[in-house]
Design a protein around this ligand. Structure first.
Ligand code: GMT
Length: 380
């Protein structure tokens, strides 16, 4: 198949999923054309069967707002025609589903549109009255719509009253990249006295409740010696730094900024902390599990679908920092339990969220929209 993929190319779960899916589809012999505003950050090097088409927005002085959505639609249509694309698979509804709809109008009905909902395109933007109707329109005019968790499907129905089918396709992990690494030397640099190591990875937006991460760690520190690695950057970072100082934790909270090799960074730590207020899936939780790291998380959105409470980590209500700290301490203080959780985390990541299985599910949807045959989506 000839597939156009559009996503946000900068750091973010939806861009990662779109790019990794594109690479897997290309490995399976499909031709994949990325149509994005910049090179997706996980692409960078040469891959067979993959092409990149940049969306270059005209910044004519009359425009107060450069018309990205229209330029994207136009580029999608252009690439679809010249490369004879079968379909456009857009990740994140706003504005990609609408741009794809416009492109389809320009190219013809044979060009199919598959939209994948990733989270804040519904759980934040779906509540915005300036966008709500447009998002619903984009979803209802796609040839197929998928969402990354059952929770996100339920929320989409609730927030937008969408009637058309939305299929569940979980995010996936490629075990050739995500597996436990030996990072003992580096771990010793951060935790020279055998301290337990906790880690948080995010874009430090308010929905991640990064202040809760520091508060959880503060409670943990009352019970055992530990270090906290904070990975990523974003608007809440200065707030979190101040909080760590206020709580006298500056020596033990280590800010490492953005990191590319997440599997290696995760392998330094014992447990991932993810107390988000919203999380449609929580890709980083899956990445941690694949590296054998149990996750202490909130019960936001799709997190309970990814992390099996009491098996691959612990789930506590959003904001229950003491409960999360207590579970974290229990887990790292019991070597047998930790070992079991770590093993179960890897098994669950590789089995339920296997990259091969999920790629086949997307392929089945592509085939169905192209042929009209109702081949059922391979079971999860
Ligand atoms: O929230 C983020 O960190 C970024 C956001 C995105 O659009 O990339 O992530 C969303 O999509 C990811 C991939 O499907 C999910 O793993 C995240 O849970 C989801 N974020 C939210 O729902 C807040």
């Amino acid at each position: 198949m000839k597939i156009g993929i559009t996503c946000y190319p900068s750091v973010g779960g939806s861009g990662v999923v779109a790019t990794e899916l594109g690479k897997l589809l290309a490995e399976r012999g499909h031709t994949v054309h990325f149509i994005t505003s910049g090179m997706p950050f996980r692409l960078g090097k040469y891959y067979r069967n993959i092409y990149f088409h940049e969306v270059d927005v005209n910044s004519y002085s009359v425009f107060q707002y450069p018309p990205y959505d229209l330029t994207l639609a136009s580029r999608m249509a252009q690439v679809a025609k010249t490369e004879k694309l079968d379909l456009l698979h857009v990740h994140y509804a706003v504005p990609h589903a609408i741009s794809a709809y416009l492109a389809k109008q320009m190219v013809g009905d044979h060009l199919k549109v598959v939209t994948t909902l990733h989270g804040t395109d519904i759980t934040v933007l779906g509540y915005d009255h300036t966008l709500k109707d447009m998002i619903r329109f984009g979803i209802e005019h796609s040839d197929a719509v998928t969402a990354v968790s059952q929770s996100l499907i339920n929320q989409t129905r609730e927030v937008l009253q969408v009637k058309t089918p939305i299929e569940l396709i979980y995010n996936f992990i490629d075990k050739r990249e995500y597996y436990p690494r030996d990072m003992c030397d580096i771990r010793e640099e951060y935790a020279p006295n055998g301290e337990k190591v906790f880690i948080h990875i995010s874009n430090f937006r308010a929905v991640k409740r990064t202040d809760d991460v520091v508060r959880i760690f503060h409670h943990i520190k009352k019970r055992l010696t530990a270090k906290l690695l904070m990975i990523g950057e974003g608007p809440e970072l200065p707030v979190v730094r101040d909080l760590a100082s206020e709580l006298n934790l500056r020596e033990d909270v280590i800010f490492l900024g953005k990191q590319e090799d997440i599997a290696c960074v995760l392998s330094i730590a014992d447990v991932l902390l993810l107390p988000s207020a919203q999380e449609s899936f929580g890709l980083v939780a899956l990445e941690a599990m694949a590296c054998g790291k149990p996750v202490i998380a909130s019960n936001a959105g799709g997190l309970p679908e990814v992390i099996k409470d009491g098996e691959t980590g612990f789930i506590r209500p959003i904001g229950d920092v003491e409960g999360m700290a207590q579970k974290a301490v229990e887990l790292v203080s019991d070597p047998a339990m930790y070992e079991r959780f770590s093993r179960q985390a890897i098994e669950r990541a590789y089995h339920t969220f296997c990259h091969k299985k999920i790629t086949r599910q997307y392929e089945a949807i592509y085939r169905r929209v192209l042929t009209g045959e109702t081949e059922p989506c391979p079971k999860l």
